[in-house]
Design a protein around this ligand. Structure first.
Ligand code: NAD
Length: 481
């Protein structure tokens, strides 16, 4: 057993960790007897084992779909393809989905699914067979259904898998006019929405921007100023980590000094070129051999290096009892689900490290999934009806301004670029970004209000749980439970 494994053996499992965090929050609430337990427990977990004929023989796969809470339907949550998938993990992730949806006011219950396999071991045709069979098993029990259970991408899955799932459901439900709404995160040409691929990473960026809009909060983390020049270490340059790192560097001037991947880590004091590293990973399967920066084999050690912000964006449990007290970052934003264990959370809190919790930090994905689901049910692209009408109304204002400017003596004119910017009506991508930005700002404000106004609330995680549990409880109460 390695030191890491020994320490982890002493730590609660992922699901226990989520429950312990939940318990910390409910201890500060006054919920009616029984309701607390009803909210905490996972309603149901379906385990399925199915065979697929591959390479001349039958291979058996194990998959899960867990429904944590159906106080609102459909329930929502990603499908993960990874070797570590197990019931405990799926249930923990489903619980987080319940709280996440409540926190960002997405009208869903919480669910999650997973298939135990390493997608890198199969070619595209094999992955399609496996994914379609898994989708078939779930859909026939209404665990994929536009009105009841709507999956999305997670680790190891993306647009490609979501398109197969949507098509599989449509084949099994040929008269369902809302079939496309059975899953989100689809490619644009299969009923997807602009901006979904980068939504979770974009949400991480919006979350950090909102945090830095509050100097009081920035001060609590022992920092000052803006994101410009802040030194960041990212773990996992996949969908979430890549987009978050890219936007934070390109648009906010943050410096990505460290990247941790499966096969090691990269460090460059002057900052790494995110697109170049991502491209390298895509071509070589890891960061080893990347020509810039310094490579180390034990990538996770970079968590302990000098930086301002850590963005764990890979798997759960990576900041744990083995490394929590060695962390020097002042702020951790949990882009992944459950990257900080319960024990590590306690140590970091005592050290004064501020943690922006997963249930908020990575909610960009489910937020844009919500927009995609609404788009599928309304059967029309966002902005299609209003865009040109908006432009026509703006044209009226610009014409009037031109007339006034021309009538005023002297050399007055409108600023360069004003007309073009003002005239253009919002397209779907702009509307999605605006909706996501609004959601991330409002959710942060609801957490920080509790954090600042209630002295017994030490951290943003408990604040997030309080806001979320309160909303779930209200929903149960309204149903008479
Ligand atoms: P992904 O498969 O696209 O990327 C994961 C990345 O992490 C890959 O680059 C992989 O090589 C790396 N990685 C895996 N194990 C690692 C390890 N032990 N050490 C270092 N790097 C490792 O997955 P993703 O969709 O980006 O998801 C990442 C996390 O974000 C997960 O916790 C997931 O639940 C969470 N999340 C994802 C979404 C989404 O929309 N995709 C939404 C919410 C939350």
């Amino acid at each position: 057993m390695t030191i890491h494994e020994k320490a982890m053996a002493k730590e609660p499992t992922f699901r226990e960790s989520v429950d312990l965090m939940f318990n910390r929050a409910v201890a500060l609430m006054d919920l009616p007897p029984g309701l607390e337990e009803k909210i905490r427990v996972c309603n149901a977990t379906y385990t399925v084992r199915f065979g697929v004929r591959l390479r001349g023989q039958i291979t058996t796969f194990t998959g899960y779909r867990s429904v944590h809470s159906d106080h609102m339907e459909p329930v929502k949550g990603g499908i993960r393809f990874a070797t570590g998938v197990n019931q405990d993990e799926v249930e923990a992730l489903a619980a987080l989905m319940t709280y996440k949806c409540a926190l960002v006011e997405a009208p869903f219950g919480g669910s999650k699914g997973g298939l135990c396999l390493d997608p890198r071991e199969y070619d595209e045709a094999e992955m399609e067979l496996i994914t379609r069979r898994f989708a078939y098993e779930l859909a026939k029990r209404d665990m994929i259904n536009p009105a009841q259970n709507v999956p999305a991408p997670d680790m190891g899955t993306g647009e490609r898998e979501m398109a197969w799932i949507a098509d599989q459901y449509a084949r099994m439900n040929t008269t369902d006019i809302n079939a496309k709404a059975c899953v989100t995160g689809k490619p644009l040409n299969s009923g997807g929405i602009s901006g979904r691929v980068e939504a979770t990473g974009r949400g991480v960026q919006y979350a950090l921007k909102e945090f830095f809009r509050h100097p009081e909060d920035v001060k609590k983390a022992g920092m000052s100023g803006t994101l410009e020049g802040k030194r960041i270490v990212v773990q996992g340059l996949g969908n979430v980590g890549y987009h978050a790192a890219k936007f934070l560097h390109e648009e906010d001037g943050a410096v990505i000094v460290g990247i941790i991947e499966r096969d090691g880590g990269l460090w460059a004091d002057e900052g790494l070129n995110i697109d170049a590293v991502h491209d390298w990973i895509m071509r070589h399967g890891g960061v080893a051999g990347f020509p810039e920066g310094t490579h180390i084999d034990q990538g996770a050690l970079l968590f302990e290096d000098e930086c301002d912000i850590l963005i764990p964006a890979a798997i759960e449990g990576v900041i744990n009892l083995t490394n929590a007290d060695k962390i020097k970052a002042k702020l951790i934003i949990e882009a992944a689900n459950g990257p900080v264990t319960y024990g590590a959370d306690e140590i970091l809190r005592k050290k004064g490290v501020v943690i922006i919790p997963d249930m908020y930090a990575n909610a960009g994905g489910v937020t844009v999934s919500y927009f995609e689901w609404v788009k599928n049910l309304s059967h029309i692209r966002f902005g299609r009806m209003q865009r040109r009408q908006e432009e026509a109304r703006h044209q009226l204002v610009v014409d009037e301004l031109d007339r006034i400017v021309a009538a005023v003596p002297g050399n007055m004119s409108l600023s360069p670029g004003f007309k073009d910017k003002y005239l253009r009506g919002a397209d779907e991508l702009e509307l999605v970004r605006s909706g996501l930005d609004d959601t991330m700002r409002i959710a942060y404000q609801s957490m920080r209000e509790v954090w600042h106004e209630r002295p017994e609330v030490e951290d943003l995680r408990v604040a997030a749980y309080l806001v979320a549990i309160d909303r779930v409880a209200a929903s149960y109460r309204a149903k008479g439970l």
